[in-house]
Design a protein around this ligand. Structure first.
Ligand code: BGC
Length: 366
């Protein structure tokens, strides 16, 4: 249904544009994408809106440059904007993109549930909306989702925590604490649920002990993905719960927070626990090499942006973009057709091979 709706709209827009004939304009690169309607959804060379959130981790900063370069070389005009000022700034930016006439908008949301009005505006203007990295919630006005498999990220983090604990001390019980990301980011709960799918059974059988008792997502969240919030919470946990007990491991949802947690433990003069992460940030990869942070996740931003631009090309040329998941990402109103990439766990065991073709991390890990 969704696909036919899209194709119908594409045909209508193309009829108005009525100029370019692209029936044979693009060769299928072997993807399992759907058929081509044979007419452009909007002209090549159009402006493409890319609304990014705050710069809460290196992947977002990298995405800005990759979108600018990639869209330009694909023949589009990139309109990439960060919303460092918060949700209302992002709302205004998206509105402005639509008013300006952008027919395709890629959104990395600060708060995926706060853009309903702007996404409706996009739909009314005939624009296609792609949710990038973070899902857009409670709206029918999102067409596609492109991301690394967020649940799998959590599963890998949970498994890494267990593996790291066992490597340090062959049997439990192990004392751990749980950290989650920002509750306004739709990914945060998915990461946490993925991790808990591995950790909860081990909590239930007594292998793992969350000594603070703070086991729920709500208790574990870190507002705004801010390092200082994670560091403060860790300081409080150490001072209140770990005066005599030893802390063996910490589930951290990303690298920025992992380093904040390690900073807190160091400041308290305690032995370093096993700490997980995500994003392959430069300082965390160095920390893994130094034997401090236990793990990170490689979610190569280049591949994510590249696939987003493949989608842009497909949509522009009237072709149904390739998707590989039609069941995992229900946003409260609809299940959003998704293209999910596989995340890769990185520890000291594979850090030297994981980034061989990464221009920044390759040289560091050689
Ligand atoms: C991304 C993570 C990132 C976090 C904070 C999430 O939505 O998926 O890779 O660590 O945002 O920026």
């Amino acid at each position: 249904m969704r696909m036919f709706g899209k194709a119908g709209k594409a045909a209508a827009v193309a009829a108005i544009a009525a100029l370019a004939l692209t029936a044979c304009g693009r060769t299928d690169s072997g993807s399992s994408g759907g058929s081509s309607s044979g007419s452009e959804a909007f002209p090549k060379g159009s402006s493409i809106g890319v609304a990014l959130p705050q710069k809460t981790s290196e992947n977002w900063v990298l995405a800005e440059k990759l979108f600018n370069d990639g869209l330009t070389s694909a023949g589009f005009k990139p309109d990439v904007q960060f919303a460092n000022g918060g949700v209302s700034e992002q709302q205004n930016q998206i509105s402005a993109m639509i008013t300006k006439g952008d027919k395709l908008i890629i959104v990395g949301a600060i708060d995926g549930a706060q853009l309903g009005t702007q996404l409706k505006q996009a739909k009314d203007a005939g624009a296609t909306v792609i949710a990038y990295d973070r899902l857009l919630l409670n709206t029918s006005n999102v067409d596609y989702y492109v991301a690394y498999d967020n649940f799998k990220v959590g599963v890998l983090q949970g498994q890494a925590l267990l593996d790291g604990l066992k490597a340090k001390k062959p049997s439990g019980p192990y004392n751990i604490e749980l950290f989650a990301g920002s509750p306004d980011d739709a990914n945060a709960k998915v990461f946490f649920d993925g991790a808990m799918s591995i950790l909860q059974p081990k909590i239930d059988d007594g292998t793992l002990k969350v000594v603070s008792g703070q086991k729920s997502f709500e208790q574990a969240v870190t507002q705004g993905w801010k390092a200082e919030n994670a560091q403060k919470r860790m300081d409080t946990l150490l001072a209140g719960t770990y005066t005599s007990a030893s802390l063996d491991g910490v589930l951290s949802p990303n690298d920025t927070l992992a380093r904040a947690i390690l900073t807190s433990v160091k400041a308290a003069g305690k032995p370093l626990p096993v700490v997980t992460g995500q994003d392959s940030e430069v300082e965390s990869v160095k920390s893994i090499l130094a034997g401090e942070q236990y793990s990170t996740i490689n979610k190569d931003t280049r591949k994510l942006v590249e696939h987003s631009i493949t989608m842009v090309n497909d949509i522009q040329s009237g072709k149904t973009p390739e998707i590989n998941d039609t069941k995992s990402y229900n946003n409260g109103v609809k299940t959003v057709p998704a293209y999910l990439l596989p995340p890769v766990i990185v520890t000291l065991a594979n850090v030297k091979t994981a980034y061989v073709d990464d221009p920044v991390l390759g040289p560091i890990t050689k």
